[in-house]
Design a protein around this ligand. Structure first.
Ligand SMILES: [Ca+2]
Length: 144
């Protein structure tokens, strides 16, 4: 367990670094695509939401308490991702919705940093955003 501190500019910088963002989203997508069929099903997405702790604050899950309400919440998030209503979420849909969510969170954070507790094996995009921030703030080493 480690603690990272991120603020709006950390998250925004991560999303706006197009190559890095796409790569991170693609990796995350690959991890979530449990059966490897190239798309995310409703149950694969649900597992993702459950592991994506910030979504609880972003989507207001704290006001949803019963399993039925949670299922409705997850369904409504799924519909957001499944832009063409195909019943599955492909990489493009996943990337564009993640971008929207991350930017909305960046706006919400503004310049007030928050601390996030992350597991060491956390693969969330926030961990990646924080890692990127750390790597950028390191003085560049002279190449040997
Ligand atoms: Ca799948």
């Amino acid at each position: 367990m480690g603690v990272v501190i991120i603020d709006g500019s950390t998250v925004r910088g991560f999303v706006e670094d197009e190559a890095q963002f796409k790569k991170s989203v693609k990796e995350r997508f690959g991890e979530l695509d449990l059966n490897g069929d190239g798309v995310l099903s409703r149950s694969e997405m649900r597992k993702a939401f459950e592991s994506f702790r910030l979504i609880e604050t972003h989507f207001g899950a704290e006001v949803f308490t019963t399993p039925e309400q949670l299922t409705r919440l997850y369904d409504s998030i799924f519909e957001k991702f499944d832009f063409d209503h195909s019943g599955t979420v492909d990489l493009e849909e996943f990337e564009s919705e993640m971008r929207k969510i991350m930017l909305a969170i960046a706006d919400g954070l503004g310049s007030s940093p928050i601390q996030m507790a992350l597991e060491d094996d956390d693969h969330s995009l926030f961990k990646k955003a924080a890692d990127l921030e750390v790597s950028k703030s390191q003085p560049s080493r002279p190449s040997s």
